[in-house]
Design a binder for this molecule. Structure first.
Ligand code: GLN
Length: 489
């Protein structure tokens, strides 16, 4: 029976012949089929996954050189283009649309011999926090199927959580990798803005969007980052700065936290308690963990929603029935009418809400009051971040104010849903890397994480610290407790 622990152990099993790529692929295809009700995948690529696996096995047996991700089985969110495969952003408006090129991330995965097993479910155009805004219906959280997995990359999170692939890619514009990782009890990592090329990632809000990585351990996440990050001639925002590698971290570190975040009335008191105990433990270990006054907490969600909806209203204008996917043709409408009906029928409710909100904040009469103001707040946040990282190595935050919601719980009130992004949008507004580590269990039996952030482009330090904490706090003895037994970490 195939069992996945890490890419490294998988590779040594391949070397000693105790497993094969085809055994891995068969294992995952079987599990995906048996867990279809979770609705994590919108499409699987069974035939070619099998063919690639067999080809890789043959190459290996013939002693040919192997790629860094040889045989690694990966799932990708349905907003990431994979040449000659459908990509729909979980929207009816992209129904039947086939990618004509590979995203840079996919191109680099394939070049290192990864096997892409399928596209995963998500909120339409990555807009949402529950995966319920999907044309394919919601994804279920495998820990408790009456609950959401979080969003928008819910399918990618569940694919890893339920062991349906080894690692997966999502996208994170305001928390869409970290929050579902938090709800599902896995690792979710958003690199610095510009670390991974956005070429071939369907845009939601271009100055925020970043491909992120889900995994069950840090070395796997690091291995994927190493392959897919770096400059790209097709994305001028993919930066040239070489990510620091193998950064040695001091034993004791300077860590900041925002007391306003931990004292926020939105934060579940059990999560607060867990994080306070965590801070106490870090102090006992000799770290200097200090509160830093954060005067902008109330502004970050509005700023995020003004700027991202503005960018979305522009980005999504291309879906007009002419160039991509779905077109309304009945009764041969006039051109303007065709745009109108196509967009009305093709987009879901949340996407329409955001296009309208974005169009409003960009409109001549309101531009300065909303869009310009929000840009100014974003600048203040960047300045604040620069100041913090002059003094501190890391910043810790809750990932989400609560554990996974019940299905439908937040659907009737979009504002309530938006407010739940309070702790994740900060790193997208400022472009810094951020990771959610699954270190805690709530006494309601659900997992939650701690979010760690570091300075721009310092993902190597962030991953080094993450690995250290995963070993220390999630090592042997860390198990899911029975409901209502609070455990520290
Ligand atoms: N939940 C946030 C939103 O709805 C984040 C989405 C994302 O990161 N793609 O916008």
């Amino acid at each position: 029976m195939f069992r996945f622990e890490s890419i490294n152990t998988y590779h040594s099993q391949l070397r000693d012949g105790s497993t094969s790529c085809i055994a891995a692929v068969e294992h995952y295809l079987d599990l995906i089929a048996r867990n279809e009700h979770l609705n994590a995948f919108v499409r699987t690529y069974d035939k070619e996954a099998r063919e690639t696996a067999k080809r890789l096995d043959k190459n290996r047996q013939e002693g040919r050189p192997q790629g860094k991700l040889h045989g690694v089985v990966i799932a990708i969110k349905d907003v990431i283009c994979y040449k000659d495969h459908p990509v729909t952003a979980a929207s009816d408006i992209l129904k039947d649309f086939i990618s004509i090129y590979n995203s840079t991330a996919v191109e680099r995965l394939l070049a290192e011999e990864a096997i892409i097993i399928g596209h995963t479910n998500c909120d339409e155009f990555a807009m949402g926090s529950t995966n319920e805004n999907s044309a394919y219906g919601p994804t279920l959280n495998a820990i408790d199927e009456t609950r959401v997995p979080g969003g928008s990359s819910g399918g990618s999170a569940v694919a890893v959580q339920a062991g349906l692939c080894m690692v997966s890619l999502g996208s994170d514009t305001g928390g869409s990798v970290r929050q579902p990782a938090d709800f599902c009890g896995i690792v979710g990592f958003k690199p610095s803005y510009g670390s991974i090329s956005r070429y071939g990632l369907i845009a939601y809000a271009s100055s925020f969007d970043q491909i992120g990585i889900f995994g069950i351990n840090i070395p796997d996440v690091g291995a994927i980052l190493e392959v897919i990050s770096g400059p790209d001639q097709f994305d001028s925002t993919a930066h040239r700065q070489i990510l620091e590698t193998n950064k040695k971290l001091d034993k004791t570190l300077k860590i900041a936290f925002f007391p306003e975040a931990l004292d926020s009335p939105a934060l579940d008191p059990v999560i607060r308690e867990g994080l306070m105990e965590f801070i106490a433990k870090l102090r006992l270990d000799g770290h200097s963990v200090k509160p830093v006054h954060f005067e902008y907490l109330d502004y970050i969600v509005p700023t995020y929603y003004i700027l991202t909806t503005a960018e979305a209203s522009s980005n999504l204008s291309r879906f007009d029935g002419v160039k991509y996917g779905f077109r309304h043709v009945e009764n041969k409408p006039e051109l303007a009418e065709m745009y109108n009906i196509t967009r009305s029928e093709g987009f879901g409710k949340e996407v329409k809400r955001r296009i309208m909100l974005g169009t409003f904040v960009l409109s001549a009469g309101y531009y300065d009051a909303y869009f310009t103001k929000a840009q100014q707040v974003r600048k203040l946040l960047v300045e604040k971040t620069n100041l913090i990282f002059k003094e501190f190595d890391f910043l810790i935050f809750p990932t989400s104010p609560s554990t996974a919601f019940k299905l439908g719980e937040k659907l009737s009130d979009p504002v309530e849903m938006y407010v739940a992004d309070i702790f994740t949008v900060f790193s997208n507004l400022t472009g810094i890397p951020s990771i959610s580590l699954p270190l805690f269990w709530h006494n309601n039996g659900l997992p939650y994480g701690v979010q760690i952030m570091s300075n721009r482009y310092s993902e190597s330090s962030l991953l080094t610290l993450s690995e250290r904490w995963m070993q220390q706090f999630k090592g042997p003895g860390y198990e899911k407790p029975k409901p209502s037994t609070p455990i520290p970490y």
